[in-house]
Every structure is written in C-alpha cells, then in structure tokens.
Design a protein around this ligand. Sequence first.
Ligand code: 5GP
Ligand code: ZN
Length: 114
Amino acid sequence: MENCIFCKIIKGEIPSKKIYEDDKVIAFHDISPAAPVHVLVIPKEHIESANYITQENSKVIAHIFQVINKIVEELNISQGGYRIVNNCGNDGGQTVNHLHFHVLGGRELQWPPG
Ligand code: 5GP
Ligand code: ZN
C-alpha cells in the first residue's frame, strides 16, 4: 500500500530494528518505546485495522501470536509478563493504518489505560 509507513518498513524503504521476519510477518522495535521492551508485530499483507480481519486473511493472526511467543522468550519477558495491544481506529488510538500488535514488557504496566 502506497504511503503506508509499515509497508515501507516491510519493503526496507524505511529502516527499522527488525528482530523477526518470515514470509508472512515482521517484528521490529517501536521507534518511540513506551516500555523497556516495545516491539511491533505486523502482517506483511496490508490490513488496515482489526476491523478488516476476515475469513480470508485471519490465519495470519494466529501466526502472529505464535511469533509473539517466540519473541517474548528471546527478549526474556515471558516469565515476568507482558501485554499485547491492538489499537483500532480513532478512539482506540490507532495512528498507523496497518494492522499491528504492540508487545510491551520489562516493567510492571498500569491498568486500565487512559
Ligand atoms: P498505534 O498508535 O497505531 O497503535 O501505534 C503505532 C506505533 O508505531 C507507535 O507506537 C509508533 O511509535 C510506532 N511507529 C510510528 N512510526 C514508526 C516508524 O517509522 N518506525 C517504527 N519502528 N515505529 C514507528
Ligand atoms: Zn501497510
């Protein structure tokens, strides 16, 4: 998708600190971390938001959660705990319109969010 920051990161047109990649997803460090560990996991397919998950494209969601399992082990936060976040739409605080899951950890996180 043209003018999508995350599609550009996938294509390597914008640099990122990538920590995982396969044919379906990539994971990289958030540019503006909200916790000691803050990683984004995204499908390579441009899906605008959680609103656009369908029967046809939803397999990648299960895959993303399996990838997250691997990542949290490698980043050493699996035992301490972590939070997986998806912001959807304006009220959800979504700023990049390419489906992504935040993985936050490395400190005790507050709940509920503001
Ligand atoms: P959202 O608010 O849409 O849920 O999250 C978007 C996230 O993408 C934010 O946490 C923001 O810091 C991150 N982000 C935006 N632009 C870039 C970028 O160019 N590179 C990286 N690594 N992260 C980005
Ligand atoms: Zn995109």
